[in-house]
Design a protein around this ligand. Structure first.
Ligand code: ATP
Ligand code: PAF
Ligand code: BAL
Length: 251
C-alpha cells in the first residue's frame, strides 16, 4: 500500500534475489477498508517511494489510479472460507474479501511467477496461500520475516499515527507476545489463561484489545496439546491507532 519502510524493502530485496524482473505494486485498496477506517488518512508518498525503488533497481512500479483497477463497481468478489471471519476478519468485516479480490486482480494483471508477502500480516499470508492453492494460481508465494524497530515494534506505515508517548508504549505489544512464548516454553499449556492474562495486562496499560490468540501455525485453529508449531496473533488499539503483531514458536 506504499509509504515504504524497511519491512517493504525486505520484500523487494527477497524478490530481487529470486526473480530477474521485479514489479512492485502500490495501491491503497478501498475494498479492504471499512467505512470507519483510515482509508482517506492513509499515508500516500508515491514520489518518495519511487525514489527508494529506483535505488533498489526495481523494474516496474505499478501504481494505478483507482479508476484503472475499478473502472466499474467491483461486483465480482472472492468468497473465502470461515477463517476469513476470524481474528482480523472479525474486527475488520469484509477485509479479507477486499484483500483477496485485489490480490487476485493484481495477479491477473501482473502475472507473476513469484509473489512475496510479509509475515507481519500473518493471517493475510495464510489466506493468500489458501487462495493460490484452491484457485490454482501458478504462482509461488514466498514470505518474509517481520522487520522490527530496535525496541521490537513491527514496522508499519500506521506507526506514524502514534505520538511520542504512544510510540514508546507500542513496543509492549511485541513484549506481550514474547511473554506468552516464554510461558509456553516454561510449560504452560492453558492457552486461554495466557490469552486472558495478556489481554488484561494490555487493557490495564490503556490498550483496547481486539484479540490475543494462541493458534496452530498451519491451520490458525486452536492449539491441541500435541501441536508443535504455534503462532500467537494479536491486534490492539493504542489511542486511535490499531496495531497487529504475531510471534511463532516451534516447541
Ligand atoms: N514490518 C514488516 N516486516 C515484513 N513485512 C512487512 C512489514 N510491514 C509490512 N510488510 C508487508 O508488506 C506488504 C505490504 O504491506 P502494507 O503496505 O500494508 O504495509 P504496512 O506498513 O504493514 O501497512 P499497514 O500499517 O497498513 O499494515 C505486505 O505483504 C506486508 O505483510
Ligand atoms: C495484500 C495487500 C497488498 C492487498 O491490498 C495489502 O493488504 C497489504 O499491503 O498487505
Ligand atoms: N497490511 C494490511 C493492509 C491493511 O491493514 O489494510
Amino acid at each position: 500500500m506504499g509509504n515504504l519502510h524497511d519491512g517493504h524493502l525486505a520484500l523487494i530485496r527477497k524478490a530481487k534475489k529470486y526473480a530477474d524482473f521485479v514489479v512492485v505494486s502500490i495501491f491503497v485498496n478501498p475494498l479492504q477498508f471499512s467505512p470507519n477506517e483510515d482509508f482517506s488518512q492513509y499515508p500516500r508518498t508515491l514520489n518518495a517511494d519511487c525514489k527508494l525503488l529506483r535505488n533498489l533497481d526495481v523494474d516496474i512500479v505499478f501504481a494505478p489510479d483507482e479508476k484503472i483497477l475499478f473502472p466499474v463497481q467491483q461486483e465480482i468478489l472472492v468468497l473465502l472460507p470461515s477463517i476469513a471471519n476470524k481474528f482480523e476478519g472479525k474486527f475488520r468485516p469484509g477485509f479479507f474479501c477486499g484483500v483477496a479480490t485485489i490480490v487476485l486482480k493484481l495477479f491477473n494483471i501482473i502475472q507473476p511467477d513469484i509473489a512475496i508477502f510479509g509475515k507481519k500480516d500473518y493471517q493475510q499470508l495464510h489466506i493468500i496461500r489458501l487462495m493460490v492453492q484452491q484457485l490454482n494460481f501458478p504462482i509461488k508465494i514466498l514470505d518474509v520475516e517481520t522487520i522490527r524497530a530496535a525496541d521490537g515494534l513491527a514496522l508499519s506505515s500506521r506507526n506514524q499515527y502514534l505520538d511520542k508517548a504512544q510510540r514508546q508504549e507500542a513496543s509492549y505489544l511485541h513484549q506481550t507476545l514474547k511473554n506468552i512464548i516464554n510461558d509456553i516454553i516454561a510449560g504452560q499449556n492453558n492457552f486461554s489463561l495466557l490469552e486472558n492474562k495478556a489481554t488484561d495486562k494490555l487493557s490495564e496499560r490503556g490498550w483496547k484489545v481486539d484479540y490475543v490468540s494462541v493458534l496452530n501455525q498451519e491451520t490458525l485453529s486452536p492449539v491441541h496439546t500435541r501441536d508443535k508449531k504455534i503462532v500467537v496473533l494479536a491486534a490492539a488499539r493504542i489511542g486511535k491507532t490499531r496495531l497487529i503483531d504475531n510471534i511463532e514458536i516451534h516447541r
